[in-house]
Write a protein that binds this ligand. Structure first.
Ligand code: TEU
Ligand code: CA
Length: 545
């Protein structure tokens, strides 16, 4: 294993707690369920878990509407369950990253209950309250990401409040220093408990325009688009003042980072590359002051072609600030699953890409067994986004279905009735069944993760592009201990690998097809949808002293 800090060399695994493992038969995953699966996660070979919100919540947005930042929702367990999970994860060398949702609270949070009670309440200014226009319509044209106006009128005090998401998720006023201090204390609460870091929900949303100017109308909106696309979020996201807050959050994390246990700040940011880079923060004495890992979502929306991917990797690598560590993501609880986007065969190529590019990978639960989006019948839809904007394909239930563990009832996820239906393939596509299959996608993930540990060049080595064709994308990872070449066939037809790409005495370390090991005969032809990791045999690698 590389001796770099864990959040650079390690692999993050995202757990959506509702859907991971139920321990008490109510059909909803919980913290105790995650604890029981720690050995499975250690066996998979990941290094850290990011757990989506488990805090007390009315669940209007399934936990992204928080009513108490310092507790655990009874659905998910208790604080004692969290402590047990954390201790037992740490005992296995697994880090725990928790979700921080600072942009908005639940409308049931005591802060908002107070804030809406009267215009004179001391918490009034903790949220964004404005008068309507003289004709009674909302203060400006800002739109909710989940459909409709971002302003809801509150009868009690005769003003509108702003919410970037649901009306049940009022946005906090981050210009108010008391809000900042309260949220930094929330961070300290979890850091003291021992968490290893935060994934900060929509960190780029925290500050809105102080003049509440109208957002520009989006000329490129198309029929069938989500309604929030009607305007460009110029005055509601990525405001310059937000970067100061990102640095403040980083300093809070760093208050706890010097005990030999560095902690990490991850930002959830959907922005084009040049803007994304700002969230690494300013450089002071050669140290970046912002988020260590501003999530890089470029691969999520990418056209799945060799040249397009190569371009993304080059542009991203070239844009990184000095000292900025890259990261890569294929999917999450908000986006269609990778195996549905590119197909089951390419999903292995995608995983090889994710786990061999330079930068911290985040793996979404279930992707290691090739779970696909599950069609949810209309009368079973849970996601409020889908309910608000039906028929536009925005629903997020399909990628949130229960983890498929084994071939027993409900795939071992629950003994009760699962909150969301399982994928139809669960009886064969599950961890227990695929673990026994030497050629399964799960076995591929385990071997790929093991390979990263054996070859530190794969985790922390330099990135060297080597060639891109119509379907072949090849690059090398170069560390002090050696050089590893990755060749990926993005097409369904065989592709010949130019011999110049090969190290001397090439040895296959891993193929997505799991049937190449040892010395490679040349010339090499990759089969359709095949990726291979190749090294030079040791004697060819020996460096003169
Ligand atoms: O998501 C932010 C966000 O804008 C979206 O991910 C949006 O759902 C996506 O672009 C649709 O494709 C975060 C959380 O990840 C999400 O689950 C929450 O619903 C949202 O914030 C509000 O907290
Ligand atoms: Ca449960």
């Amino acid at each position: 294993m590389s001796d770099e800090v864990w959040w650079k060399s390690g692999v993050i695994y995202q757990v959506y707690p509702r859907s991971f493992q139920d321990s008490n038969g109510d059909g909803i995953g919980d913290l105790e369920g995650i604890r029981r699966r720690l050995d499975d996660l250690a066996r998979l070979g990941v290094d850290a878990l990011w757990i989506s919100p488990f805090y007390p919540s009315p669940m209007a947005d399934f936990g992204y509407d928080i009513a108490d930042y310092c507790g655990v929702d009874p659905t998910f367990g208790t604080l004692a369950d969290f402590d047990a999970l954390l201790a037992q994860a740490h005992a296995r060398d697994l880090r725990i990253i928790v979700d921080l949702v600072p942009n908005h609270t639940s409308d049931r949070h005591p802060w908002f209950v107070e804030s809406r009670s009267s215009r004179a309440n001391p918490k009034r200014d903790w949220y964004l309250w404005r008068d309507g226009k003289p004709d009674g319509t909302p203060p400006n044209n800002w739109l909710s990401n989940f459909g409709g106006p971002a302003w809801t009128f509150d009868d009690a005090t005769g003003q509108y409040y702003y919410h970037a998401f649901l009306a049940q998720q009022p946005d906090l006023n981050w210009r108010n220093p008391a809000v900042r201090e309260a949220m930094y204390d929330v961070m300290r609460f979890w850091l003291r408990r021992g968490v290893d870091g935060f994934r900060v929900d929509v960190i780029y949303h925290l500050i809105k325009d102080d003049l509440f100017r109208d957002n520009p109308v989006n000329a490129e909106v198309r029929a069938g688009d989500r309604s929030s696309r009607e305007v460009i979020p110029l005055y509601t996201t990525d405001r310059p003042e937000v970067l100061e807050i990102v640095e403040q959050m980083r300093r809070v994390v760093d208050e706890f980072g010097d005990s030999g246990r560095p902690r990490v700040l991850i930002g959830e940011i959907y922005l084009p590359i040049p803007r994304l880079m700002a969230y690494y923060g300013r450089s002071e004495h050669g140290v970046l002051q912002g988020a260590q890992l501003p999530f890089n979502f470029q691969l999520i929306g990418a056209r799945w072609e060799a040249r397009a991917i190569d371009r993304i990797v080059r542009d991203y690598e070239a844009a990184l600030p000095a000292g900025g560590w890259p990261n890569w993501v294929l999917g999450n609880h908000d986006k269609p699953r990778i195996a549905s986007r590119v197909g089951l065969e390419q999903a292995r190529v995608a995983a090889m890409l994710l786990l061999t590019l330079r930068g911290t990978p985040t793996l979404y639960y279930g992707d290691e067994i090739g779970m696909r989006d599950v069609t949810i019948p209309n009368d079973e839809v849970q996601d409020p986004f889908e309910k608000n904007e039906p028929g536009k394909g925005v629903g997020r239930d399909p990628e949130r279905t229960p983890m498929q563990w084994d071939a027993t009832a409900h795939a071992g996820f629950t003994t009760g009735h699962p909150w969301l239906r399982l994928g139809e393939d669960w009886a064969s596509r599950n961890v227990a069944t695929l673990a026994d299959d030497p050629h399964s996608i799960l076995t591929f993930h385990r071997r790929m993760l093991a390979l990263r540990r054996r070859y530190p060049a794969l985790a922390t080595g330099a990135y060297e592009p080597s060639m891109t064709g119509d379907h072949l994308f090849a690059y090398a990872r170069v560390g002090i201990a050696g050089r590893v070449v990755v060749m990926l066939n993005f097409g369904a037809d065989p592709v010949d690998v130019p011999p110049t790409l090969m190290p001397r005495n090439p040895v296959a370390l891993l193929s997505t097809h799991l049937d190449r090991d040892g010395a490679l005969a040349l010339p090499l032809t990759l089969r359709g949808n095949e990726g291979v990791v190749v090294a030079g045999a040791p004697e060819a690698n020996t460096v003169a002293a």
